[in-house]
Design a protein around this ligand. Structure first.
Ligand code: SF4
Ligand code: SF4
Length: 370
């Protein structure tokens, strides 16, 4: 049976309209007396207008609905940098802290807590994860990703959004243990097998195309999707953006491992889904022609796929703050004349530097050079 994914046309962050949409999505959910966590995409904390993080209007509409239905609501995520102050700044910049103050609810930074070891059954990269204990205190998890591309994973949507439950240095382990987009997808699926949401609502009103997750270009996709199955929702969003979900490693692998479906039934509750949405994929996305070339021919030779896309610093935009150096898991960034220089031989193309950069100065470019 195909998993339902509910489609709502929504072109603006209009509070009343968002409330109506969320009320329909949560109609059959029983929040009464339950601790409910809203898990948006906070990343490093960016202004909502930059389309990097889940828009606060979507988060607020969900929070109000949970409260009105008698739930105890929390918002929580951890950014790519470390420390509580860093997390507080990120939550403030995204507008999430303001929502908490307005509605009298708490923000869970996940940082500095006792960690609970959660074993991964048949994990491909990780045998277990250390997850902040508060995560297990919630009765329900509502996942609130943003529609965005990602230079490493092609898209970053519902399944990948759960990476935010790993606080601090734990995120770096993903990149040091899973260097390739395929193994990184395995690692994300390992985590998703132990940290799954009850429901996912995708903020696709305005998203990001091209070299995401931070330096891409705005796309006014104009929709909200909702589903109990984050992977089916991801597959639907990718298809709406003109991509084949089977060529997006996380989506394909999650389905292969039985963590979600690739088959979905798009239920247009409000408006009609766009046909032929113009959407620029990141360079990581393999075209139909390149997908016909067997992987064994591409990777062992270390050709094309590995070396075609590389991170690139816009020296005009860069302010020389050095934050990218702090998060690089491969020690691949040096400073020269007050600006970062990426050592390509060391770089594992994880794009953590791009996620951390407050100026959005790191994008990607094609190169045949190793
Ligand atoms: S330079 Fe950037 S993309 Fe390369 S390994 Fe470091 S953080 Fe990752
Ligand atoms: S984080 Fe961004 S602005 Fe800061 S040094 Fe690195 S590239 Fe430049």
């Amino acid at each position: 049976m195909r998993t339902p994914v509910y489609y709502f046309s929504c072109r603006e962050y209009d509070k009343e309209k968002l409330k109506d949409i969320v009320n329909i999505l949560f109609k059959n959910m029983n929040f009464k007396g339950k601790k409910v966590l809203l898990k948006p995409n906070m990343l490093q904390g960016h202004d909502p207008g930059q389309n990097v993080t889940t828009h606060p209007a979507v988060v607020e509409a969900c929070a109000e609905c949970v409260l009105e239905k008698g739930g105890e609501c929390f918002i929580g995520d951890s950014p790519s940098g470390r420390g509580k102050e860093n997390a507080r700044r990120a939550a403030s910049k995204t507008g999430f802290l303001e929502i908490c103050e307005k509605l009298g609810i708490e923000f869970d930074f996940f940082d500095g807590q006792e960690l609970v070891e959660k074993p991964v059954e048949n994990g491909l990269v990780f045998d277990s994860f250390f997850i902040p204990e508060s995560f297990f205190s919630y009765d329900m998890i509502i996942n609130l990703p943003k529609l965005k591309t990602h230079s490493l994973t092609v898209f970053t949507l519902g399944v990948k959004n759960m990476m935010g439950v790993i606080a601090g240095k734990g995120k770096t382990d993903f990149h040091t243990r899973a260097l390739h987009p395929e193994s990184f997808a395995d690692a994300i699926c390992d985590l998703y097998s132990v940290a799954r949401p009850d429901f996912t609502v995708l903020d696709g009103i305005r998203g990001m195309q091209g070299p995401g997750p931070v330096s891409g270009i705005e796309v006014r996709a104009g929709f909200i999707l909702g589903s109990e199955d984050a992977n089916a929702l991801d597959a639907a969003a990718e298809t709406l953006c003109g991509a084949d979900p089977r060529r997006v490693p996380i989506t394909r692998k999650a389905a292969e491992r039985g963590l979600g479906s690739l088959e979905y039934m798009l239920d247009p509750v409000l408006g009609s889904p766009p046909c032929g949405l113009k959407f620029k994929k990141p360079l990581t996305y393999r075209s139909a022609a390149s997908a016909m070339v067997p992987r064994w021919l591409l990777y062992p030779l270390g050709l094309i796929y590995g070396y075609m896309r590389i991170p690139s610093v816009d020296r005009e935009v860069c302010t020389g703050c050095a934050k990218c150096i702090q998060v690089c898991p491969a020690d691949a960034i040096q400073f020269k004349k007050g600006r970062p220089r990426i050592i390509m031989k060391k770089c594992v193309k994880c794009y953590c530097c791009a996620e951390r950069c407050p100026e959005r100065a790191i994008g990607e470019r094609f190169s045949r050079l190793p």
